[in-house]
Design a protein around this ligand. Sequence first.
Ligand SMILES: [Zn+2]
Length: 242
Amino acid sequence: MANDETAHHSNTITLPPAVVEQASFNIDTLEVVNFFLSSRDREVLKELIKQPVIYNADENKESDAHVQLHNPAPLLQFPLNEAARMDILKLLAAFLVTPNCAGLAACQIGINRSALIYRIEEDAKDLRQDFTRSVPITLLLNPHYKALTDKKKTDWEGCFSVESTMGEIDRFERIKVTAYNSDGHPLEFKATGFEARLIQHETDHTHGILFIHRLQDHNRRGSYDEMRPLRKADIEKWKNSN
Ligand SMILES: [Zn+2]
């Protein structure tokens, strides 16, 4: 999921090395929650961030990409084998180089595995009324969520896999998340507000569900160009009421 409405992009992202070098992350000191990066992993990552990232697009109905986006991803088996570790590094690299990326699931970049990565930066509180906390880069394997309340909040979402549409989605305000870390240890935690929304959006991806599948009749939806001003107005209204 994108941090804001600027998710709209072409299906391939290639950043020239100079841009990667100026990026706001340092591979040597990078930490990922639930995934221990060895020094060898870091060397592999330095190469991977120079590769183009190709996004699966929902609009491309004839492709394997479409099949991956619409079906549950196979679960990871532990201990992870070399191929699985490499795919997680590819997911991490794609996440790092994608501008404005709050969350990314493996199936969005052609990796058919149940894995997601997300981060909430402090400045998300300027865009999300229900921001609760910032979260460092976090990996979740074989994730699931369960609602802890019937209460839902409506807010805007966009997706790197759905170029045509931005829309409002009703999401559970509080969820319990279960997943595994890269060592195969089970994880369980609660998430609220925007963090809960982001995890629901990305976990849905691992189960073959796109945000557009959750659009209700009352939800506004349309092209990015049409919806951007509506969202901006919503944010201004919320800020002026504070
Ligand atoms: Zn998405």
